[in-house]
Design a protein around this ligand. Structure first.
Ligand code: WTA
Length: 649
């Protein structure tokens, strides 16, 4: 933990929405009287029927129920589009920057966003989609992804976005998981000069889905696709004939807005459910205050819309605020390592929000890629997804922010809908590597991992939990409320448990130390070790597998797999490659193991439980500190694993 602090400049603070004094005052108000606080701030969005009940929350295990603004009605798309038309109809809502810098960028005004969203909404309605129906999106980073999200919101359908890097198997599981009526895809997704065949992946996925699922295809690259009459629908043809008006449905605040699958400790990914009113209030308020967004600024979040960061900070938060949001189809290193900075220069980006893994990758390429670009438009920098190491923070601060731009290290989760721990750039001095202090209404606590007792000393180390609810919190797991309660409310009664470890320093600043469960964070992507294990054991030559994370210079964590082969199978380099490819096709490229160690045996307790603690230590190349191995059924396997470990210093 570094003790260097970086206070905002007096000039920045004086122009910011929130300065130090205002933060203190608003934070105290939000904790002392959450109903009054959120009752007031809920008004930042437009309600059709105003709410009278602000908060109705029960964290008691067995009866967990979370409701905000529950008697209010609204339409999320109307909040993100229609209400801006009068004042900002001709202002840019979305700047779209394509993968190839030689192709033209698009500037989509709020009026155009309105028309395109309505067209998409009408196409979906004609395909039989209505209130409460589920629609899966499997799309590149193109404006149609935003139109599709907002079109669903407009007609009251629930979207579930599947990241375009996921495999057909992952896609079919998510289509079936929510019994989607329609899947929206595109012919191909270009990224970094390569193309992913989304439509053919979708064809493969739909082989495992009900015949009733229809497919709406955006022609993006014009690449060849196969076509099934009756099932497949041509978006471009249908949209060009669709009406440019579509009345927004009046939705309840607690009607689901979207489902987003995320990885957990055990089992397959779960469908996180976010609802309409509270989510939008929270996404909008954090986007404005955490990035100190001002009218006319250009805001760029580099995430993919397939992740929650893209939901909240490319689409819903910025558009609810009438902002200009940049959507980038490409990758940071294509055509070369200056792409991010060239896009900042080209579109005069004011707030830039990315992941530490991208910063570390670019840092390794040298500073010339940054210094040759004009980054004078930048005002605030952000990071999200994983702890940022101080070296990367300093590089970002010196080279990208040129010492001028506050850095907001935002800690949050798919489950939380928006930022929970974060500096406000005009209010809170930052420390490299710390997510600093809570946002309004957020009451973090540090618990003793074993006893679950709240540590009241300022300096503390333990697991991070939240005492009370906030409007952006997830409401349930799709179709499995019991799993929701068991995952987040069972272990530490009366709290929402984050799954992260943390330290609190003498100034009350929070430092996230990483997951304390079997979730790993690879390049800012959440991955359940159980998912990778179940993919590996699905291979005919694999008897058993155990997967853990290990420190990786660029990715933060890498995937380390211990694999026990079937009796008669020879461990060969070829088989290693085969297993890597296997996991890529079962889940997607992000799940490919970085290291595979052949393990004739795995360390198990006498009751047969794999001792993952030991496997983690060996993967970390820290086997001197294995701790007590006396409960192992066969302590000899540990020596064998150490002997053949794959990660050597
Ligand atoms: C990790 C992404 C440290 C954390 C928005 C959390 C972070 C998980 C930070 C959620 C941060 C996210 N510092 N760790 N600023 N932000 N994390 O659901 O472990 O993809 O639990 O949401 O990422 O990942 P998810």
């Amino acid at each position: 933990m570094s003790d260097t602090t970086y206070p905002p400049s007096a000039e920045f603070a004086s122009n910011a929405h929130v300065d130090a004094a205002k933060y203190k005052e608003m934070y105290a108000a939000s904790i002392n009287d959450p109903v009054a606080f959120w009752g007031e701030h809920g008004k930042r969005i437009d309600w059709i029927k105003p709410y009278t009940r602000v908060k109705d929350v029960n964290y008691d295990f067995g009866n967990v129920s979370i409701k905000w603004f529950e008697d209010g009605t609204l339409n999320v798309a109307a909040n993100c589009i229609d209400r801006h038309l009068e004042a900002r109809g001709d202002s840019t809502a979305i700047i779209w920057e394509p993968d190839n810098p030689e192709d033209a960028a698009q500037h989509i005004t709020y009026r155009e966003l309105y028309e395109n969203t309505c067209r998409m909404a009408n196409v979906l309605k004609d395909m039989g989609v209505g209130r409460g129906d589920r629609v899966v999106l499997y799309l590149p980073m193109i404006p149609e992804a935003a139109y599709a999200m907002l079109a669903c919101a407009r007609i009251g359908a629930i979207h579930s976005i599947v990241f375009a890097g996921f495999s057909p198997d992952a896609l079919s599981a998510r289509i079936n998981g929510c019994q989607a009526k329609v899947v929206i895809t595109a012919d191909e997704a270009p990224r970094g000069g390569r193309k992913t065949a989304l439509k053919s992946n979708t064809d493969a996925a739909l082989l495992h889905c009900s015949d009733k699922v229809k497919c709406l295809v955006v022609k993006h690259t014009g690449g060849q696709t196969t076509w099934i009459e009756g099932r497949d629908h041509d978006y471009n043809a249908l949209a060009s004939e669709a009406a440019t008006d579509c009345p927004p449905e009046e939705m309840n605040a607690e009607d689901p807005l979207f489902i987003l699958y995320t990885s957990g400790s055990t089992g397959q990914p779960k469908g996180v459910v976010h609802t309409s009113g509270g989510y939008l209030v929270y996404a909008a308020m954090t986007q404005e205050l955490v990035f100190d967004y001002h009218e006319g600024d250009v805001f760029w979040c580099t995430a993919d819309v397939g992740w929650v960061t893209g939901h909240s900070y490319i689409v819903y938060g910025p558009l609810a605020n009438g902002a200009t949001t940049l959507m980038f189809e490409g990758v940071p290193t294509y055509p070369d390592a200056s792409r991010f900075w060239q896009v900042c220069e080209k579109h005069k980006v004011n707030q830039f929000y990315t992941a530490p893994t991208a910063i570390r990758a670019l840092m390794g390429q040298g500073t010339e890629y940054v210094s040759k670009c004009d980054l004078s438009s930048l005002k605030v920098l952000g990071t999200v997804g994983e702890p940022i190491n101080p070296e990367a923070w300093n590089w970002y601060n010196d080279n990208v922010g040129q010492g001028r731009c506050p850095i907001v290290d935002t800690w949050w989760q798919t489950e939380t809908g928006g930022h929970l721990l974060t500096p406000l750039p005009g209010a809170i001095p930052t420390k490299p590597g710390s997510a600093t202090l809570p946002f309004f209404g957020i009451e973090p606590v540090v618990l003793e991992p074993e006893s679950g007792k709240e540590i009241t000393d300022t300096e503390a180390s333990g697991v991070l939990a939240l005492k009370d609810s906030w409007p952006g919190q997830m409401r349930t797991v799709w179709g499995d409320h019991e799993r929701f309660e068991a995952t987040y409310f069972q272990q530490y009664k009366g709290y929402y448990f984050s799954g992260d470890g943390c330290k609190r320093d003498a100034d009350g600043y929070y430092w996230i130390t990483g997951r304390v469960d079997d979730v790993i964070n690879v390049s800012g992507h959440r991955m359940g070790t159980a998912e990778v294990e179940s993919a590996l054991v699905a291979h005919a030559k694999v008897a058993e597998a155990a997967v853990v994370g290990y420190p990786h210079n660029i990715k933060g964590q890498g995937i380390y797999a211990y694999v026990t082969l079937m009796n008669d199978v020879e461990p060969t380099e070829e088989l290693r490659k085969e297993l890597e490819t296997w996991v890529r096709t079962e889940i997607g490229p992000i799940a490919k193991p970085d290291l595979i160690q052949w393990a004739p045996g795995l360390p198990k307790t006498r009751s047969g439980k794999i001792m993952r603690r030991i496997l983690r230590k060996i993967a970390e190349d820290d086997y001197g500190a294995l701790g007590d191995t006396s409960t192992l059924a066969d302590p000899g396997v540990v020596d064998e694993l150490i002997e053949n470990r794959m990660n050597r210093g």
